[in-house]
Structure formats: C-alpha cells, structure tokens
Design a protein around this ligand. Structure first.
Ligand SMILES: Cc1ncc(C[n+]2csc(CCOP(=O)(O)OP(=O)(O)O)c2C)c(N)n1
Ligand SMILES: [Mg+2]
Length: 731
C-alpha cells in the first residue's frame, strides 16, 4: 500500500521546478482556471438577468480540477464528476458554449438537452457520464464502470456488436488501462454509498481515482460535524490497495504532482487512489445560499487569501512566466471567449414542447413489439399430449439465465449469495456442491460460467444496484439479484434516482439497461413482516423503470429473456411462493422463448365479469373464478397482466367493454396500491361500459404478521376474491 504523508494546507514549493511543466503549460493552467471562474461569473450575471434559472459555481476548486483534467485522458478515461467540476470538464474538452447551453436549458445542450440544472455534467464523446443531483450516487457507478472496463479487457470478445438485442445499440470502448475519475465534496463523504464504493474499489483493486474536494462546508454544515475528527483522509487510511494523498487543492502545481502520481499508480493496475484536496468556496454554496449567515467575516477573509486564481496569477508574474501585460491580454481573451459563448447560448434553440416525452425508454428497441414474441419450441402445457417434464418457475428462471449467459458474454450476475461458492477452490475440487442463491435461482451458474461472471456482492443493496448501473452504462448486461424485496430499500436511491433516469436525464446520450431480479411476496406461512412484502407500485410510479411480475413458469422464462435482451432497465419481480408451486409449471420452452412486455394473458376467458390481477393472486383468482362458474353459473374472465409497466390497457378495455363489471386484485396493500391506478383509469375511460362500481381486493393496510391466522387474514385469499366476485355479479 502506497501512502503519502498529509501535507500542510498552504502551498509547498515543488521539489522539481514547476513539476516538469513548461511555461506554456503553466499559462494554459492559468487560462483554464480563469476561464472557469469567468464562466461562473457570467452565469451569475445571467441568473440576475433571469436568463438562466439556477447557478452553482466551481469557484475556489479550479486549481485542483484543472490539474485533474491534465493528468487524465479525454475520451479515453471515464468521468463521474460532481457539480463543482466545471474546470475539469473544460480541461478535458467541454467548451464554454456547451456549458452555457446547459445553463439556459438549450435543446442542443450536450449535458442534458435542457433537462438538468446547470453544472450537471455529461458529455458522451468525452466519456463524462451523466451526473445527477443526489450527493454520492456517482461512486458505486464509477466502481461498476471500472469493473466493466476490466471485464472487457479480459474478455474482448464480449465487446462485439450483436443484432437482435440491446447490444446493437450499445457501443463498447475500452483500452485496458483507463482510469475512472469520481469526485465529491467533503460533506458527501458522509453518504453510505461513498464507503461502499471505497470498500469494493479496494477489495477488487479497481482503477478508480477518488477525488475529494474539501471546502470545509456542506452548504452551512462544517466538516467537523459530518466527518469524525474533521479529516476524511485520516478515516480512510485502512482500506488496502489504495494510494493516498492529501494536498493543498488551491495550488495547481501541488495538485498536478499528487494527481499525476495517483493516476500513474492506478494506470499501472496497482489499485485505486484517493486524493484529498483542500480547497475554498468563495461564492457561498450556490446562488440560493448566503454564507454570511453562518460564516463570520474573519473566516471568509482568510479564504480570500487562499484564492487559487489570484495566487497563481502572482506566481506567474513572480516567476517571470507572464508579465502584467501578458496576464491582461490572456484575461481579455478569455473574457471575449466567454462573452461570445454567452451571446450564442442565450440565442440557442430551446427544447420543443412535447419533447419531454422522448427517451423515457429506449427509442431503438421496443420490448412490447412483435420482435419480442417468439414461440416455445417444446410442447407447452396447452399442447395436448406434451411429454416433456413439467418444470417449476425456479427451474425455468435458472434455465433462462443459463441460456442467456451462453448467448451473451456481456451478462454478469452478482448479489448476495448468488455464487455457488466464493472460495472457488472448493467448487473446483468438487468438495462442495455450491449454493447459488438463497432460493437457488442462480445455482450452477458460477460453476459453469466462472467467477468473473457470477459472484457474490457484499451485503449491501445499494452496492449491488449502483455497480450494476455503472456496468450497464458502460455496455455490460448486469443481471443482479436483490435477495428479498423487503431489503430493497438501501438501493432505493439508485433504483429511483439513477437506474431509470440515466437515459432521460442525459437526453439519450447514456443508458443503463440493467436487470434487477427480486424475490418478492408472501403467502409463506410464517414469512412475517420482513419476508412477505410487495410494493410494486412504488416502482411503477417511477418513469423509466420496466416492472415485470410473472405468475407462472413459462411466462417467467419468456419475460426474463425479454428483460435481458431489451434496452431498458427492468425490475423483475419473482414471487417466492410461486417458485416451486405446482400451479403454472411448464416444460422448458427452448433457448429463445420470449414473451413481449405489455401483453396480458387471458388466463380464462369469460363474459360476465373481468378480474385484472397478476403474480400470486392469479392462482387464487382462478380458484375463485372456477367456483363462481360452478356455484353461480357466472363466467369470469381472468386477466394476468404479467408486466405492470408497461401494462396492457387494451386487454383490460376490451374485456370490460364485454363484461361491464371489473375487479382489480393484488397481493400488496389496498391503499395507494397498483390497483388504484387501474381502477381510476377504468372509471375515467370506461365509465360508459360499467354496470357496477370498480371493485378492488388487496391486502389489508398493514404489514404481514408472522402468525398464520393473521397472515391469512391480512393477505387476500381465494375466499375474499370469491366474495368480491359474487357482490360484483349481484350488483
Ligand atoms: C442525497 C442528497 N442530500 C442532500 C442534497 C442537498 N445538497 C446538495 S449539495 C449539498 C452539500 C454538499 O456538500 P459537499 O459534499 O461538501 O460539496 P460542496 O457543495 O461543498 O462542494 C447538499 C446537502 C443532495 N443534493 N443530495
Ligand atoms: Mg464541501
């Protein structure tokens, strides 16, 4: 482990004169720093003129970031910057005009096409990956991006283009020694995902440069409040394989020197690096913040003394590199450039009204299309005289994963316990059989495809999803597992604010079509609160996320294949109770069987009333429907939605127009559940067809209790469905 001793915050004279930089390079550094500051000043002016709507500056961070930009390779390395990184983006090639296009929200803004606030960097050509506003979400994605680069380097054939699935639209580039840059402020190091990322980067010796820009404040909260002892460098020293440096980030030469060493260390493949730069924040947190409210004049004045721009200007003059005339000319030149960029940006075309609808989902590959409808090649249960063995949902999910891994070398799988055996020597020596998931859904995959493709994650759900986002952005197809839906919540930031948003917020410049498989649901007899939860509507309420919830083995197989091949992120919900149920078993349908999204299955045709449901309620509703027919002569049409986003409105509308009575049923709680939306839409659009109010059956508005008597009462049973059908048909 290489370490660099902490250095004082004040500038230290370089050991080698100017760190080996030429006079011209020193002038270029000053130019970029000054340009960055002037762009902030211009944005502040534009904000006051109400030509832009938000401003957050990179002021005070310029020296550190120009240095970082200089030691990294544009369009070669990968960048996960944060909002103070204007100077880095300029240094690696983003133009002032492109930066101001985001500030005005222009259609041609390469960062986000007018969708994100200013300083939310993203640039496809420059490998600057779309940045969001939640602090700290970039770290695990950077780790995943680095893992993907390493994977492609080891398996270059995986980078090949292929037609017929997402790979057609996902270019892969890699060099083998690229560095992934990720940065944040001192405050953000308190986020859990920061620590999860350090843990994985360290453990896997990944080529990631962590740059911490410590301006001693997170809005108004000083560093000693967020960070134990007030110095993040002291806390991270225990992570193995890292190179560490702590520097004066207002000194471009000290920054350059430290970052150059750090990047050399990473590029050599020795592991990640952590560079902690002390910087200043002269312009308050943002234009919405006034630091005079929490920082006295004395403290603010002390910062002025450390301003990197004035100090470096003095340095250039003192060293005879530029005289005052030269400085004036350079500054005038920069100001003219900013003026010109600004004049053009305020005139730039704005996004077309209605264009917001674009790029919520892939425009290239539509999983609802007929391309995703293929026939089973072996007899299915509907084929009379089928002789192939009936397989469970667990079997056919496992079979699909195996088929797809064979077909697509970009697929990697990880999660808690998904590997057969992390200590693979036991597996190789056949000393153990292997686990392959707590429900055994991934059993045998590590054994067959190796530990680079199927491996255990740390026990950290954000880690699983965050890394998957980074990998998928880079071109891999992670098919990750969340062990229980009940424990999905640590990953919520990634699942809500990242995974489904990458495409839309980057205006289609990036995408992250990962698959997240989740074991969900109750009816377990003793599953209790934390092994029984549903909650699918939380995710169907997130634009950009496809949500799939199969009820039987054949659908699970075909839908999972469609999920893996498609170009959008998919939350694939697998009901634990259905994994090995007798209901819904099927023979293996072959390696190319697919069920398109958004196409419901009419489980049972009928003409008196419609039931719309999915998941584990399907077999219960079927039982109730059969009883309705038997005891009351009522013919129930049972619709299994199969996918919840998108969902098959046409099937619902056609059925309700025929039966005029509808029951919407699900296992999740009633209030604010998935059925509320379906019922509301039926009431709105199909009112004229209804002979009775829309009914709903769902769980009670509580969590599931352990004692089976309570569990039965809480979750909707066939009897509840029967009673609701009866009331509806008698209305
Ligand atoms: C998850 C999350 N929580 C809160 C915020 C609101 N917020 C934006 S910036 C910020 C402070 C960040 O401080 P630091 O990491 O030190 O960066 P700095 O702005 O000082 O450069 C906060 C609290 C956010 N964007 N995301
Ligand atoms: Mg800060």
């Amino acid at each position: 482990m290489a370490t660099t001793k902490a250095q004082p915050k004040t500038a230290v004279m370089p050991v080698e004169k100017y760190e080996g930089l030429t006079s011209q390079q020193l002038i270029d550094i000053y130019r970029l720093m000054y340009l960055s500051r002037k762009l902030d000043d211009r944005e502040i002016l534009l904000k006051r003129q109400q030509k832009i709507f938000f401003q957050i500056s990179g002021a005070g961070h310029e020296a550190l970031l120009v240095a970082a930009g200089m030691v990294l390779r544009p369009s070669y390395d990968w960048f996960y910057p944060y909002y103070r990184d204007r100077a880095l983006c300029l240094t690696v090639g983003m133009t002032p005009y492109e930066q101001l296009l985001e500030a005005v929200g222009a259609a041609d803004d390469p960062n986000s096409g007018g969708r994100q606030m200013p300083s939310h960097w993203g640039h496809k050509k420059l490998n600057i990956v779309t940045q969001s506003s939640p602090t700290g979400t970039q770290f695990l994605q950077a780790v995943g991006c680095a893992e993907a680069g390493r994977y492609f380097d080891r398996y270059p054939e995986a980078a090949a283009k292929a037609t017929g699935d997402y790979r057609q639209f996902k270019d892969v580039t890699f060099h083998g020694d690229e560095v992934v840059y990720v940065s944040c402020g001192d405050g953000t190091t308190s986020e859990g995902e920061f620590w999860e990322a350090l843990n994985s980067a360290s453990n896997r010796k990944l080529p990631v440069l962590f740059l911490i820009e410590d301006n001693e404040y997170a809005i108004s909260v000083p560093v000693e409040v967020g960070t134990a002892g007030g110095n993040i460098s002291k806390l991270v020293q225990g992570f193995p394989n890292f190179h560490f440096a702590e520097i004066d980030g207002t000194d471009p030469l000290a920054s350059y020197s430290a970052l150059k060493t750090a990047v050399e260390y990473i590029r050599a493949g020795d592991g990640p690096a952590f560079v902690h730069g002390h910087v200043i924040r002269p312009y308050s947190h943002s234009l919405s913040d006034d630091e005079k409210l929490y920082r006295p004049e004395s403290e603010r004045n002390a910062e002025v003394e450390r301003d990197p721009i004035t100090r470096f200007q003095l340095f250039l003059v003192r060293e005879g590199i530029l005289d005052e005339k030269g400085i004036n000319e350079l500054e005038k030149d920069v100001e003219a450039e900013v003026q010109d960029a600004s004049d053009r940006a305020v005139e730039a075309a704005l996004p077309e009204p209605g264009s917001y609808k674009q790029f919520v989902y892939s425009a290239d590959l539509d999983p609802t299309s007929s391309d995703f409808r293929t026939e089973a090649v072996h007899p299915t249960p509907s084929d009379k005289g089928a002789s192939a063995p009936e397989r469970t949902m667990a079997d056919l999910i496992n079979a699909c994963l195996k088929d797809e891994m064979k077909r697509d070398p970009r697929i990697v799988m990880f999660g808690e316990d998904v590997a057969d055996c992390s200590r693979e020597e036991y597996l190789k020596a056949k000393q153990v059989k292997g686990k392959g998931g707590v429900f055994k859904l991934t059993a045998g995959l590590q054994y067959e495809f190796g530990s680079d493709r199927v491996f255990n994650s740390p026990l950290a759900e954000a880690n699983i999803v965050g890394r998957a986002v980074g990998m998928a952005t880079r071109g891999l197809k992670p098919v990750v597992e969340i062990q229980f839906f009940d424990y999905i919540w640590p990953a919520m930031q990634q699942l809500r604010n990242e995974l489904p948003l990458i495409r839309w917020r980057s205006n289609n410049n990036f995408s992250s079509p990962a698959v997240v498989r989740v074991a969900i649901g109750g009816y377990l007899t003793g599953g209790s609160i934390y092994h029984s939860q549903c909650g699918e509507s939380i995710f169907t309420h997130t634009p950009g996320m496809m949500v799939v919830f199969p009820s039987n083995a054949l659908d699970a197989n075909g839908l999972l294949r469609a999920a893996i091949r498609c170009d959008d992120p998919v939350l694939f919900l697998e009901h634990k109770r259905l994994y090995r149920e007798t209901f819904g078993r099927s023979p293996y349908p072959g390696p190319d069987y697919m069920v398109p999204f958004g196409k419901a299955k009419i489980v049972r045709p009928g003409h008196d009333l419609t039931v719309v449901t999915y998941g584990a309620v399907v077999p219960r509703a079927l039982q109730a429907a059969q009883r309705m027919e038997r005891e009351n002569g009522v013919s129930v049409e049972l619709i299994d939605l199969r996918t919840l986003n998108p969902y098959d409105w046409e099937a619902i509308a056609t059925s309700v127009a025929k039966t005029n009575r509808v029951l919407v049923a699900h296992e999740d709680m009633l209030s604010w559940g998935y059925g509320a939306e379906i019922a509301a839409r039926i009431a709105d659009e199909l009112f004229d067809h209804l002979d009775a109010p829309v009914k709903r059956v769902a769980a009670k508005d509580t969590f599931v209790a352990y004692q089976p008597i309570l569990e039965d009462e809480i979750l909707p049973q066939a009897e509840d469905l029967y009673q609701a059908m009866l009331r509806l048909s008698n209305y």
